[in-house]
Structures are given as structure tokens and as C-alpha cells.
Design a protein around this ligand. Structure first.
Ligand SMILES: [Zn+2]
Length: 217
């Protein structure tokens, strides 16, 4: 069985490795708000358990076993977020912190029952895909709104789940997963974006646009 700290490391490595590269110790330390020395210790522990591979000057990668463990935590996190919003009436900006605790529950039976109870959802309230019990999930070719050019028309696929202030703001704009969005122009002065959401024109900061994933219709 893995400790809570080990699980959090695996999850952080998983999220950082989605950029398609090995994860650097410093990036991991920044993500987990800890010192590089602590990260190095933990990487050794996880290597001994065959969960990660560490190559000097290159970085850390999850092994197959490590990926399965990380996906299982991600699955629990996203199922609990879905449960909290759909069944307990939490708003989408309230669930991440609670799911950070619930994702460490070990009962496989509970998680299978929860999945069935929710009707085997494929995405969570923020639009993120939920891995099934074998670790498979629907992935789409989504990219950040900030990478799009003026004239882009598509839909919001997902939004960053961990910043409740951002989520409250997006809620006010009606910027939920599935909502059509149009990029009209990009301000050269500060990189802010002029967009149309539900027939209303908004100006989004660069930072906000980096946390909205979009997909072509
Ligand atoms: Zn979350």
C-alpha cells in the first residue's frame, strides 16, 4: 500500500509528464511546494518500489506500474468531484479540495460502486476525462485557448480544476465544458483575448486563457 505522500508524488509526476517529457526534480519541488532534497528522497523510495525511473540529468518518469497507480488516484479524484457536484449539490469551485482528501480512500469496492452509482461517467464537472478501472480514458486533441489564433471557433473542453477563484469567474461567464467559444482578436499590448461566449463579448487575460482547454467542433 502507498502512503498519502507517495500517492501525491505519483499524481504530480503524472500531471507534469503530460507535457510529454521526463519530469525535473525542481519542477516537482515547485509543484509540491517542497524542497528539492525532499523530492530526491521520495524519488529514491518510489524507484525502489518500481513506480518511477530516474535518470540523472534527464528526469523522472513513471513506470507502467507507477502510471497505473497514478491513474487510479486520478480516477478516484474525478469520480468524487462528479459525485459531489451531481449528488450533493456542491458547486464546481468547491470540490477540488475535498476530492484531494477523498482520492486516497483505498477501498476498490467503494470506488467501483461509486462509478456504477454515477452511471460510469466519462468526464468530471471540469471536463477532465475519468479513467475507467483499467486506466483507459477518452482523450481528445484539446489545446489551451491561449494557443489559438483569431478566428478560432470551437467548444470549451475542460477548465483547470484547482483554482476556485478562476472557476467562480468562469461560472459567471457561463464558460462551462461544452460551451461554444469564439476567439475574435488578441490584444498585442498584453496578450489578452477578445472572445464571444453565449453571444456576449468578453476580454480574457492571458492567464485565464491558458487554463481553458478548447476543441474544434
Ligand atoms: Zn480536482
Amino acid at each position: 500500500m502507498l502512503s498519502l505522500a507517495e500517492e501525491n508524488y505519483l499524481k504530480a509526476i503524472y500531471h507534469l509528464s503530460l507535457r510529454g517529457q521526463a519530469v525535473l526534480t525542481n519542477d516537482l519541488a515547485a509543484q509540491l511546494h517542497t524542497k528539492a532534497a525532499s523530492v530526491t528522497d521520495m524519488i529514491k523510495r518510489l524507484s525502489l518500489k518500481a513506480l518511477v525511473r530516474h535518470e540523472k540529468y534527464y528526469g523522472v518518469m513513471l513506470t507502467k506500474k507507477g502510471t497505473q497507480a497514478a491513474l487510479s488516484i486520478v480516477r478516484k479524484h474525478r469520480l468524487w468531484e462528479t459525485f459531489l457536484v451531481q449528488k450533493l449539490g456542491f458547486t464546481w469551485d468547491e470540490v477540488h479540495e475535498v476530492a484531494e482528501q477523498l482520492e486516497h480512500i483505498q477501498s476498490a469496492r467503494l470506488i467501483e460502486a461509486l462509478d456504477e452509482f454515477l452511471g460510469y461517467p466519462s468526464v468530471d464537472p471540469h471536463g477532465d476525462p475519468i479513467p475507467d478501472k483499467t486506466g483507459k480514458m477518452t482523450t481528445s486533441a484539446d489545446r489551451a485557448l491561449s494557443e489559438m489564433s483569431p478566428g478560432f471557433q470551437g467548444r470549451i473542453q475542460a477548465v483547470k480544476d484547482s483554482d476556485s477563484q478562476l472557476l467562480k469567474y468562469l461560472d459567471k461567464l457561463g464558460a462551462h465544458p461544452g460551451t461554444p467559444i469564439q476567439l475574435v482578436a488578441i490584444e498585442t499590448f498584453d496578450g489578452s483575448l477578445e472572445v464571444i461566449i453565449r453571444k456576449t463579448r468578453y476580454f480574457l487575460s492571458r492567464e485565464v486563457s491558458q487554463n481553458i482547454l478548447v476543441t474544434h467542433p
